[in-house]
Structures are given as structure tokens and as C-alpha cells.
Design a protein around this ligand. Structure first.
Ligand SMILES: *[C@@H]1O[C@H](CO)[C@@H](O)[C@H](O)[C@H]1NC(C)=O
Length: 300
């Protein structure tokens, strides 16, 4: 009996340790990478521009956003205990929604900032002055708070008897609504409205900005500059597309499918991990000084 039970336990632990290791590595890389970006954008005198202000702020947001789900998952995997209390679940959902809104909005603001810098370079210092930057950042962080608190309250005021098993890796809207009893029509409606305002609108703004940026870039004099700018923009568009795509599919499709957990990994872990990397390493390539002067000249 004893001989038989030991290998069984061993296999299980092997699986969990494997996942644990990956998630821990991802979380540490998110903390270190974003932490570095925050420090560098704060102390480097060359980086005191709106772009790096938003990037630093976005990195700070990424740390907060991933800290809502990842540490809890790590603890659950480590202790092999899959339970989460009602209150903890409500808090997790609340923070996930509250921090999810600025994730979408700041990405929109960052794309708009690049649009003004590249397509309206002469007006850039005027449009993106310090006051406006602060207002955009504070606005992105705070505008969704009351709405998301209401939405969380609305979900947890539903009766939950019967099944309390969430087929998910953390507390999210869709899996909760699936096991809730009572009429969820009002919840469905508010999910749609919120996903439209905080997901679809910023996504369309980003697409519009990048279309404008790319059409400006195509007028650049050097092939090398065009190539660099184009590859940078496309990497931004891919990451942004994955992030918004997974969010929009998850929240706008009424019946959840088997791909829920994988989609959730995309918007909670995978794209937050790549975002700062791609934005910080490649942002400066978007446009070189020479191209910038050319565009300014070209526009006058
Ligand atoms: C980012 O912006 C928010 C809202 O303006 C602010 O509370 C936060 O401290 C900022 N974080 C960093 C690291 O700049």
C-alpha cells in the first residue's frame, strides 16, 4: 500500500512543481523587468518625456495587475489547495476589473501619444504637455473604479448555492456567472457595456493611431528607418491585438468555451509579461532623430 501511494504522490507533485516553476519565473520576470523600467524612467534624465512617463506608469500598473492573480495561483499550486474564500474571490475579481480598465486605457493613451509624436510632431510639445500627461494617467487609473466596484457588487449579490466549483484558474466574471443562480441578464448587459467602453473603444483608438502612424512612416526617406519603424509598430500591434483580442472574446462571448483558461492566461499573464519588454526595447526604434527632423520639415 505504502509502496503504491508514494509514486502516485510523486507524479502529482512533479506536475505541480513544473507549473509552479514556470509561473514563479514569469512572476519574477514581470516584477524585475517592470521594476527596472520604473526606476530607469524615473532617474534617467534623457527619459523625461511623455512616452517614458507613460511607460513607467504602465510598468507600475503591470506589477499591480499581475499581482492580483499570479501570487494567489502560486500559493494554490504550492499548497495543492484549490479553494478560495468567498471574500477573497470578491476582492480578486474587484481588483482584476479595477486594474483591467487602466490596462486598456493606458495602452490607448500610449498609442495616441505615439500618433501625436509621429503624425503631429510640431504640436507634440503643446498637446502632450506635463499637465495633460498627468491628467491622462490619473484619468486612466480612476475612471473605471466606481463602475468596476458596482460590477463586482452586482455579481456577488447573486445567490450562489449548489455548485461552487469554478472551472478556472482565478475568480473571473464568466466562470462566476456560470455557477451563479438567479437571473444574470443585468450582469450580462453590464459586462457588454463595460467591455465596449473599456475594451473596444481603446482598441479602436489604438488601431486608428497605428494606421495613421504606419501611413506616415511609409513616407520616411530611408528604407532602414521605414523597416525599423514598421517592425516596431507591428510588434506593438501584435501584442496589443493579443491582449484586446483575448479580453474581447472572453467577455463578449456569452457561452464560455473550453479555451477560457488559455485566453485568461493571455490577458492576465502572457501579454503583461511581453508588453514592457516590447514597448521599452523597441519604442526608441519607432522613429530616429533624422527621420523626425525630416517629418517636421516635411509637414511645414
Ligand atoms: C502612475 O499613475 C498613477 C495615477 O496617476 C499614480 O497613482 C501612480 O503613482 C503612478 N505610478 C508611477 C510609478 O509613476
Amino acid at each position: 500500500m505504502e509502496n503504491y501511494s508514494i509514486p502516485t504522490e510523486f507524479i502529482l507533485l512533479g506536475i505541480t512543481r513544473f507549473l509552479f516553476g514556470i509561473f514563479l519565473l514569469i512572476y519574477l520576470s514581470i516584477l524585475i523587468g517592470n521594476g527596472l523600467i520604473i526606476v530607469i524612467t524615473k532617474v534617467d534624465p534623457n527619459l523625461q518625456t511623455p512616452m517614458y512617463f507613460f511607460l513607467g506608469n504602465f510598468s507600475f500598473l503591470e506589477i499591480c495587475y499581475t499581482s492580483v492573480t499570479l501570487p494567489r495561483m502560486l500559493i494554490n499550486i504550492w499548497t495543492e489547495n484549490r479553494t478560495i474564500s468567498f471574500l477573497a474571490c470578491a476582492i480578486q475579481l474587484g481588483f482584476l476589473l479595477i486594474l483591467g480598465a487602466p490596462e486598456c486605457l493606458l495602452l490607448g493613451v500610449m498609442a495616441y501619444d505615439r500618433y501625436v509624436a509621429i503624425c503631429k510632431p510640431l504640436y507634440y510639445p503643446l498637446i502632450m504637455n506635463h499637465k495633460v500627461c498627468i491628467k491622462l494617467a490619473v484619468g486612466s487609473w480612476t475612471i473605471g473604479i466606481p463602475i468596476q466596484i458596482l460590477q463586482t457588487y452586482q455579481v456577488f449579490s447573486l445567490p450562489f448555492y449548489g455548485s461552487n466549483k469554478l472551472n478556472h484558474i482565478f475568480c473571473d466574471l464568466r466562470p462566476l456567472l456560470k455557477v451563479a443562480c438567479g437571473d444574470t441578464f443585468a450582469n450580462e448587459l453590464s459586462i457588454y457595456a463595460v467591455a465596449m467602453v473599456f475594451g473596444m473603444l481603446p482598441f479602436l483608438l489604438i488601431l486608428w493611431s497605428y494606421i495613421k502612424i504606419i501611413s506616415t512612416i511609409l513616407k520616411l526617406p530611408s528604407t532602414e528607418g521605414r523597416y525599423k519603424a514598421f517592425s516596431t509598430c507591428s510588434s506593438h500591434v501584435i501584442v496589443v491585438g493579443l491582449f484586446f483580442g483575448s479580453i474581447i472574446i472572453t467577455y463578449l462571448q456569452p457561452k464560455s468555451k473550453g479555451t477560457d483558461k488559455i485566453l485568461a492566461l493571455f490577458y492576465t499573464i502572457i501579454t503583461p509579461m511581453f508588453n514592457p519588454l516590447i514597448y521599452s526595447l523597441r519604442n526608441k526604434d519607432v522613429i530616429t532623430e533624422k527621420d523626425f527632423i525630416f517629418i517636421s520639415y516635411f509637414k511645414t
